[in-house]
Design a protein around this ligand. Structure first.
Ligand SMILES: [Zn+2]
Length: 148
């Protein structure tokens, strides 16, 4: 097990974020470069993505499910919530879904094994946590429904 995100407490749903390299086919190999043992998934060093056993449906922008577990002490839910509500993410979501709309959101997570940063710097090993947001149908605010 290799922690990319090392949290003291996570909720039951976020236990799916543990990176179980053995279950994913990882094996120990001796490096030709320095003789040290290293974790590998294949002999080449290609990029891989591992979909995690994590699925959550929530409502944007309030994110009540993530907010509830975050308030309950889950550091992982707090991290994911903060990432979705970051200035950059909100700007991108607003461009796609429009400003001020409420809609359902399916959240999935993937780990990247070997990746390049946005500055083309190669990252070895467990490199990134990708938060994938799948936008669902718009949900009318309760106040709007009250008008009809
Ligand atoms: Zn959690």
């Amino acid at each position: 097990m290799t922690p990319l995100l090392d949290f003291n407490y996570v909720c039951g749903r976020c236990k799916g974020l543990r990176f179980d390299d053995a279950a994913l086919g990882g094996f120990e190999s001796v490096s030709n470069y320095d003789g040290e043992s290293e974790l590998k998934f294949d002999e080449d060093e290609r990029l891989r993505k591992f979909r995690l056993n994590y699925k959550l449906k929530d409502l944007y922008p309030e994110l009540p499910a993530l907010s509830k577990s975050s308030a309950g002490g889950c550091q992982s839910c707090d991290f994911i919530r903060a990432a979705i509500l970051s200035k950059d993410s909100r700007r991108q979501i607003d461009e796609i879904m429009g400003v001020g709309n409420t809609f359902s959101l399916d959240i999935e997570l993937l780990y990247w094994w070997h990746a390049f940063t946005d500055r083309d710097v190669e990252q070895q090993g467990l490199s990134l946590l990708e938060i994938t947001l799948l936008f669902g149908p718009s949900v009318l605010p309760a106040a709007f429904n009250d008008l009809y």
